[in-house]
Ligand binder design. Structure first.
Ligand code: PEP
Ligand code: MG
Length: 886
């Protein structure tokens, strides 16, 4: 079995096998770009190692063969005392997991070869000893779990002894001393000497990279990003090139366009005389890449040429890492770069303009989750708020919250329901928990490519990085800025688009994208790249999609907004809100009615109120279908809670008041109490048990439609019966409803459809029968998930889903994204059997899944006619319905 690939043997399509980094190094090698030679150990080798706890048979021999080939090509041997070949050992999974896994640089250095390295570097002792101390530090921490602080501490001591704060002030002798100190630390923690055998270093480093796949922070990151747990990482063994050989060396990272806004140009950070990790970690402040032009014009021009070439080749924004070793440029990595939601839309539009991709491809390049992000509100700024600092707008959004300085505190306060802003000098992978818990992240150091920036962008979390006017003091839990001190508990606001930081809570305003959807920004007449790109891509999605998109709305205001957002009707109008507020009393009367006369009076009082509700909705949705669902929740939900009522009655009795009415209510609450109300007297069952209830609603709907038609409008009501499990239930309701409808609509021309929700598993499994009595089905995937899995929808998410996610029983809550295999199968069966029984049966979905991107794709696949979702999700569903087609 082939476990090792030379860079010249791979290509960018082999990400599953070679990981992203390895596949792209291979691609660049084959494009003839200057990539340091090396080879990739496959993800399959890692999977085998993780499954068995040892390297698979044959791996060692293949590594040997590839190492020998590399040594021949470079004319050097690994760790040779005179002229050592040194390699880096780098992780690289299929999906980028920035900073989550391990890398070891300078493998091959030992007490002898450090001397050879110095000679090779023109007698640069300082460089050689610095490289050696870095190896011991990284190897110790990564491979042998030596606590990193010990090395940091020894480094600080060396600087202190020298009276400096800058690493660069340490000379060769200092670094040599540091190597001795590091070796002692290594021995103390591992019980053995630092390994001097280069091949042993290599093998242990490879193994450590394999194992880092299951490091806690990597596991956490994968869960957050929904990356499957069984992919494993590839390992890249790459010839070392050095950016720390002096002022004519350096290292940097760059994007071919601005990953925050999408604007064209050169975006990057450069650090002279440094190794790559220094930039990514944000340890030292970098200079803008443009300054490289002054430092080394030849390399700068070559780099720009390569970046243009890569963009054209990948037809997308690329990010790169490079090193310059004494004036020679080396490409260490490239990949299609992560970007903000705004940049995704803007860049997709630009690439269409540049003729690199077509509009179908542009649709692939964006997604509903990004669109949802762009609909977040922004800060509303007036003179009252002046920024106190400006960093880099690393990940957009507007976030206000309580300042915290540690990950642990962020998690604590977030659990109490507080919005927090995590403030750090810079973040590192150990801060991941805090970053997840925080509303926003503010750092005083690091560029657009620092850990904080990259991870926050990936999470869609607001982040300002490198706000260097801020002096962060973590132990004292405070920062100072512009002469003011901000302590833990104070509130700040950060703008991840502009990079500005404000003290106090800044009010927010709607996003431009929402204003565009609202119709208050005309994309043809404003100079806003984002709005224009969104408009163009949405228009294309609308032209492509087969699924219609409706909305779930119960009020005229919601209906109107959803219509502006592009809703093509209402897929679910829940009528229960119409039983709340001042109407509660009428509902109580209905429930308490003893004689038919009392009940009828209560229903008669409710009728005009309901009719007015429906008239308003039909008016807003003029000409579009409106699905009104008859009342669903158990009636006792409209009564006061038992305990409270019991106390009130007791107190009133004590005072000698007349409690006849309250006692009757209490008796009703007791009578109607259910152990399992979700499986109790609700939906169609209620309609069959309480005489006149559904009839009143049907009459109100029909009368409202007729009144609409008389006023010149077009109402298209669709009456929907909830919780049906057997066709007989539906037939009974239908027979009564048809009589009322016939009586009310007369010759008004109004047409009323009658259909049902499919939300009980039995309904899905008997859909062929039910379709005989239904003109449409709408899948209630909330209840279908609840009853399909047997998960109480109101309880389980907080109770144990974390464990299920951890165990990988599912990758995402089935209430959030449709469970294709189980609940989805019920949907598929019902769709097929329903349509077989009644060709042309109208099919929709109105559970929460209607606005979930993945689920929309599924509903497209199974052939539904529409999805229905909350008004704010309507644009997301339109986009995803278009993406499902291309
Ligand atoms: C459903 O069950 O999916 C549904 C839309 O109805 P409700 O959420 O009101 O139970
Ligand atoms: Mg339901």
């Amino acid at each position: 079995h082939k476990y090792v690939y030379d860079f010249s043997e791979g290509n960018k399509e082999l990400k599953d096998l070679l990981g992203g980094k390895g596949a792209n190094l291979a691609e660049m090698t084959n494009l003839g770009l200057p990539v340091p030679p090396g080879f990739t150990i496959t993800t399959e080798a890692c999977q085998a190692y993780l499954a068995t706890g040892r390297e698979p048979d044959g791996l060692a021999g293949q590594i040997e063969a590839h190492l020998e080939a590399l040594e021949r090509e470079m004319g050097k041997r690994l760790g040779d005392p005179q002229d050592p070949l040194l390699v880096s050992v780098r992780s690289g999974a299929k999906f980028s997991m920035p900073g989550m896994m391990e890398t070891v640089l300078n493998v091959g250095l030992n007490d002898q070869s450090v001397v050879g390295l110095s000679a090779q570097a023109g007698g640069n002792d300082r460089f050689a000893w610095d490289s050696y101390r870095r190896l011991i530090q990284m190897f110790g921490k990564t491979v042998c779990e030596v606590p990193g602080e010990e090395f940091e501490h020894a480094l600080d001591e060396a600087k202190h002894a020298k009276g400096t704060h800058d690493d660069l002030d340490l000379d060769a002798a200092d670094l040599r001393g540091l190597v001795d100190a590091y070796k002692k630390i290594f021995l103390k923690h591992t019980g053995r000497e630092f390994p001097q055998q280069p091949r042993e270093q290599l093998d242990l480093a490879i193994r450590a990279v394999f194992e880092s796949w299951n490091a806690e922070r990597a596991v956490l990151y994968r869960r957050q990003e929904r990356i499957p747990a069984d992919l494993g990482t590839a390992v890249n063994v790459v010839t070392m090139v050095f950016g720390n050989l002096g002022p004519d060396s350096g290292t940097g990272v760059a994007f071919t366009r601005d990953p925050a806004s999408g604007a064209q140009g050169i975006y990057g950070d450069y650090l002279a005389n440094a190794q790559g990790e220094d930039v990514v970690a944000g340890i030292r402040n970098t200079v803008p890449l443009q300054e490289l032009e002054q430092l080394d014009k030849t390399s700068y021009d070559e780099l720009l040429g390569i970046m243009a070439r890569l963009e054209e080749h990948y037809k997308d924004l690329c990010d790169i890492e490079f090193t310059i070793e004494r004036g020679k440029l080396w490409m260490l990595q490239t990949r299609v770069g992560k970007r903000t939601a705004a940049a995704a839309f803007v860049i997709a539009g630009q690439l269409v303009d540049e003729g690199l991709i077509d509009l179908d491809e542009a649709l692939h390049r964006v997604n509903g989750a990004q669109l949802a992000q762009l609909m977040f509100p922004r800060f509303q700024l007036d003179h009252e708020f002046q920024p106190v600092a400006k960093g880099i707008g690393a990940s957009p959004g507007a976030a206000s919250g309580t300042v915290v300085f540690t990950s642990a505190r962020a998690v604590e306060l977030a659990a109490e329901g507080k919005s927090v802003i995590l403030v750090r000098r810079e973040t590192n992978p150990d801060d991941l928990n805090g970053m997840i818990a925080a509303k926003g992240i503010l750092t005083s150091r690091g560029g657009k490519t620092s850990h904080a920036a990259v991870v926050a962008r990936g999470m869609g979390k607001t982040c300002v990085s490198g706000a260097d006017e801020i002096e962060v003091n973590v132990p004292a839990k405070r920062f100072t800025v512009a002469g003011q001190t901000v302590t833990e508990g104070d509130v700040v606001s950060i703008d991840g688009t502009t990079g500005k930081v404000y003290l106090g809570e800044v009010p927010v305003m709607p996003s431009e994208v929402v204003q565009y959807f609202e119709g208050s920004l005309d994309p043809e007449h404003i100079d806003n790249a984002l709005v224009r790109a969104v408009h163009r891509i949405m228009t294309h999605a609308d032209g492509k999609r087969r699924l219609a998109v409706r909305t779930n709305a119960d009020t005229g205001a919601d209906a109107a907004r959803a219509r502006r957002f592009g809703a093509e009707g209402i897929g679910l109008c829940r009528t229960e809100h119409m039983f709340l507020g001042d109407r509660r009393e009428l509902v109580e009367r209905l429930i308490l009615a003893r004689a038919p006369g009392e009940r009828e009076a209560a229903l008669a009082a409710l009728l005009p109120l309901q009719r007015a509700d429906f008239e308003e909705i039909f008016r807003e949705m003029d000409g579009l279908p409106v699905t009104v669902r008859l009342i669903d929740p158990p009636l006792h939900e409209f009564l006061p809670p038992l305990e409270q009522l019991a106390v009130n009655v007791a107190v009133a009795q004590e005072r000698g008041e007349d409690v006849a009415k309250e006692e009757a209510l209490l008796a009703a609450v007791r009578r109607m109490h259910e152990e399992n109300p979700m499986l109790g007297l609700r939906g169609v069952r209620l309609g069959l048990v309480i005489p006149g209830l559904f009839a009143m609603q049907v009459r109100a709907i029909a009368e409202a439609a007729v009144s609409c038609a008389r006023g010149g409008g077009v109402a298209k009501p669709e009456i929907m019966v909830p919780l049906v499990g057997a066709v007989q239930e539906l037939e009974t309701v239908r027979a009564e409803a048809e009589k009322i409808i016939a009586e009310v609509v007369g010759d008004s021309g109004v047409e009323v459809l009658i259909g049902t929700m499919i939300e009980v598993p039995r309904a899905a499994l008997t859909a062929g029968q039910i379709a005989e009595a239904a003109e449409f089905f709408s899948f209630g995937t909330n209840d279908l998930t609840q009853m399909g899995w047997g998960f109480s929808r109101d309880d389980v998410e907080g109770a144990f889903f974390w464990r299920y996610l951890e165990l990988g029983i599912f990758g995402i809550s089935p209430f959030e994204s449709i469970d294709r295999d189980g609940v989805g199968r019920l949907v598929r069966i019902a769709a097929e059997e329903g349509r077989a029984a009644r060709p042309g049966l109208k099919l929709g979905i109105c559970g929460e899944h209607g606005g979930d991107p993945d689920s929309v794709h599924f509903f497209h696949e199974v052939g539904l006619d529409y999805v229905s979702c909350s008004p704010f999700r309507v644009p997301v569903a339109r986009l995803e319905a278009g993406r499902a087609v291309v």
